[in-house]
Design a protein around this ligand. Structure first.
Ligand code: ADP
Ligand code: MG
Length: 403
């Protein structure tokens, strides 16, 4: 029961007026390498309902996130400046940004904040205590606040200080609105999905995803697999993928997965055709059958026949879960499979959930009219997968009240 004994920040009797409310957000957004500006602000937007709720209640908002991998050291390439600017543009709020992460500096800024006003702390990963889940760093964070809220679903699978040790120190700890909708959407997929339930897997991180596929085998009607993940399973079946990206170390697990799918009576679709080219940078590709990939070429997208087969399953489905792009969609020459699948999902009446950072970005590329028709697009990559796998997430467990 993932949400058992968890309090939510929109609890009706809660009086937040004048209280210092710490919100762990996931503002780990992509930045432009040259200008340092925020390239995609989806994660900031996704947290706004929680933040507005707390600000409207007259609390002092203390926001904190990690950004990139500064590895426990201050690094101006990863400071929160650009994030604070974008937050301010999106909300009209005057965002106060103390220089130090913890200690007297932020304490003073927060104590001077007027109700409903906002302070954004520096990158949590500037302190080595964050990733080490260090209790003394957590204590310093706890000194800054009266209430704790976690709305950082994308970081919920990491036992870091702001996600794990800190909430355990706080008597008043709550889940935010984004995190609640994430957990509810994913729960609906893994618990009692309406059938036919079609799961579509793709992308590159094969080792990370085999566990999820194994769990989905017991639930789904049809499993469609494309992308580099599809390559690996085709190779496990003995196909010659030529120069394609294949995870050689996962072939044995791939074979056992294929065997288990047939034990479970799950229909498993692998690509019958692919779009090939000589390199990922090629400006065009050619669709060929799986058995006819020319020497030296690599499969970079699923072909039209495969897309049609996957789309036909989606049309019949009542529930769809999709993780992992169908190809190297970052190059428009190899985006047709992924974008076509996104459109098929938008046109279907099924309840659809998309998880995975790259998958979400790919679907947004298909346009607002597609995004609008998707049931739920998760902001969490690894966290969404671990939840689907049935694992306990530190960011959820640490919020649970004693039973
Ligand atoms: P997600 O973030 O949605 O979980 P992954 O991180 O597993 O997805 O995989 C996304 C990456 O996989 C993308 O960068 C995409 O270019 C790459 N990819 C997908 N299919 C292929 C392929 N056939 N060959 C090479 N790379 C691929
Ligand atoms: Mg990814």
């Amino acid at each position: 029961m993932p949400l058992e004994r968890i309090r939510f920040i929109d609890e009706p009797e809660l009086d937040l007026e004048g209280q210092r409310v710490f919100v762990r957000v996931d503002f780990n957004v992509p930045l432009d390498k040259k200008s340092g500006a925020v390239v995609d602000d989806e994660r900031i937007r996704a947290a706004l309902p929680t933040l507005k709720h707390i600000a409207d209640a007259g609390a002092k908002l203390v926001l904190a996130s990690h950004l990139g991998r500064p590895k426990g050291k201050r690094n101006s390439a990863y400071d929160m400046e650009a994030v604070g600017t974008r937050l301010s543009e999106l909300t009209g709020w005057d965002v106060h940004m103390p220089e130090d992460l913890v200690g007297d500096g932020p304490l003073k800024v927060i104590s001077d904040l007027r109700p409903g006003r906002v302070c954004l702390l520096e990158n949590l990963r500037f302190d080595p205590g964050e990733e080490k889940n260090d209790p003394s760093f957590a204590k310093q964070l706890a000194a800054l606040c009266d209430y704790y809220v976690n709305d950082a679903f994308g970081a919920a699978h990491r036992a870091h200080a702001s996600v794990d040790a800190l909430p355990r120190l706080m008597r008043e700890r709550f889940m935010g609105l984004l995190m609640r909708s994430e957990v509810q959407a994913l729960e609906q997929i893994v618990k009692n999905p309406a059938k036919p339930f079609v799961a579509i897997l793709g992308g590159a991180k094969v080792a990370d995803k085999l566990g999820v596929i194994e769990r989905l085998l017991g639930k789904c009607t049809t499993l469609c697999i494309g992308g580099a993940m599809g390559n690996t399973l085709l190779a496990a079946q003995g196909a010659d993928l030529r120069a394609s990206r294949v995870e050689q170390g996962e072939l044995a697990r791939g074979r056992s997965l294929l065997a288990r799918a047939s034990e479970f009576g799950v229909e498993l679709l692998l690509p019958s055709d692919v779009v090939v080219a000589e390199s990922p940078e090629a400006s065009t590709g050619e669709a060929v059958s799986i058995s006819a990939i020319p020497a030296g070429q690599m499969a970079l997208d699923v072909g039209p026949a495969t897309l049609e087969a996957f789309a036909a399953r989606i049309e019949q489905a009542k529930t769809v879960f999709w993780n992992g792009p169908m190809g190297l969609f970052e190059n428009p020459a190899f985006a047709a499979g992924t974008l076509g699948l996104a459109r098929a999902l938008a046109n279907s009446a099924a309840y659809s959930v998309i998880g995975g950072g790259d998958s979400a970005a790919a679907v947004r590329r298909a346009g607002a009219e597609v995004v609008e028709k998707i049931g739920f697009i998760s902001t969490g990559g690894g966290a969404a997968l671990e939840l689907c796998e049935g694992r306990n997430l530190p960011g959820i467990e640490s919020l649970r009240m004693p039973g």
